[in-house]
Design a protein around this ligand. Structure first.
Ligand code: AMP
Length: 139
């Protein structure tokens, strides 16, 4: 399948759709997931037109990993959780729903189940607040 330039994350990268941004550098962007599976669910995407791991430039794969390494501790600190799930889905058979590669960073706490994947839209005021919490933890 060819990369779809109109997928929602491509639009976010072009500034044509909004996001609750927490971090950006030359090669990556990080923002809050709008249908979080837990409070603080954050995404990292490369500024590179790849659907998934199979067509991602290795330099951008490395940049993504570096940004995930930076954001995950900030999310853990901001939401004061003992665990962080880092996940990346490749292909619809693996559950991928947005076809611009991204890594999920999801707070985990013992005894609290994850919410359903990409199901329920969060309150935007909350997402804005959560983005602020992650940004503060990055300082
Ligand atoms: P995946 O199923 O791994 O492709 O995950 C896509 C993720 O993107 C899901 O967790 C969705 O909740 C999330 N998502 C979809 N649209 C947006 C959006 N406009 N801004 C932020 N996150 C989004």
């Amino acid at each position: 399948m060819a990369y779809d330039q109109n997928n929602i994350f491509a639009k976010i990268l072009r500034g044509e759709a909004p996001c609750f941004k927490v971090f950006e550098d030359d090669m990556t962007l990080s923002f809050m997931d709008v249908m979080p599976q837990a409070e603080g669910h954050t995404l990292v995407i490369p500024k590179y037109p790849a659907e998934n791991i199979f067509d991602l430039d290795p330099e951008y794969a490395a940049a993504m990993a570096k940004t995930v390494r930076r954001i995950a501790p900030a999310v853990r600190k901001a939401f004061d959780v003992p665990g962080i799930l880092v996940a990346q889905l490749n292909g619809s058979a693996a559950g991928q729903t947005v076809f611009h590669i991204h890594t999920h960073i999801i707070p985990r706490t013992d005894g609290i189940d994850l919410k359903f994947h990409a199901r329920e839209m969060a309150d935007f005021k909350q997402l804005e607040k959560h983005a602020g919490m992650v940004k503060a933890a990055l300082q």
